[in-house]
Design a protein around this ligand. Sequence first.
Ligand code: ADP
Length: 260
Amino acid sequence: MQTQLRQSQKMEAIGQLTGGIAHDFNNILTSILGGLDLLQRRINVGRFDTIERYINSAIKSAKRAAALTQRLLAFSRQQALDVQPININSLIQSLDDLLQRSLGEQIQVATNLSDDVWRVRTDANQLENALLNLAINARDAMPYGGILTISTSNIDAQQANQLQLDPHEYVLIEVIDTGTGMSSEVIERAFDPFFTTKPLGQGTGLGLSMIYGFIKQIGGHIQIESQLEQGTSVKLYLPRDQSGLEHGFAAESAQARSIE
Ligand code: ADP
């Protein structure tokens, strides 16, 4: 609970900060890129090959930084969500091909979907992005291959309470891998924006923090369970869609009335 509170305060602060910083930073980078580009053209005429190499590398870094600020802007904007009642089993099944292609032949993709899973209220595109992001993280944790399993199940209010979640009904999506696992220090920092253990240029450290922000926005919860050398399970608790329930209840009572 403490960690979640600290995390949401941090997300709020980062959200406010990044909007301003990213905008200014992008302007500066645009001028660096323009200047370097001009310089490069002049040097090209004089054929100063070594200098050109340095300039190329500066352009490359500046472009990378520009791409990062683009992501920061998207991150701080917290796009409005298109929340609809969704059958997540169908959503997961429709991702199957894409997952298999993105993860490569060394990784087996398995699903374990509960037949009677409730509908949830979520943004389908954002949920797909989140699942793809989790799958890519799982792939990175299984460099020599392994199994990625996505499972779904229902969690009633009582079970949620036992798990120290708000006492609502949720649908649980678990993304489980048989990879390297995470140490407790990494788990503690995994949702921090910009925290990454990946080599420079391979990780931005924004994946899990963006997923955290999205899951919180739709009133859900996210948890990581992991054991070194065993693997990781990321659990997404998504709130059950209540609209069908009201309808069902209304239909039931109408029926009861007509029997009377
Ligand atoms: P990135 O993938 O860009 O590093 P993330 O926010 O998605 O950023 O992840 C942060 C860190 O959490 C990763 O660098 C990695 O150390 C750890 N991590 C995330 N998912 C897994 C996983 N499935 N197995 C092992 N470590 C993971």
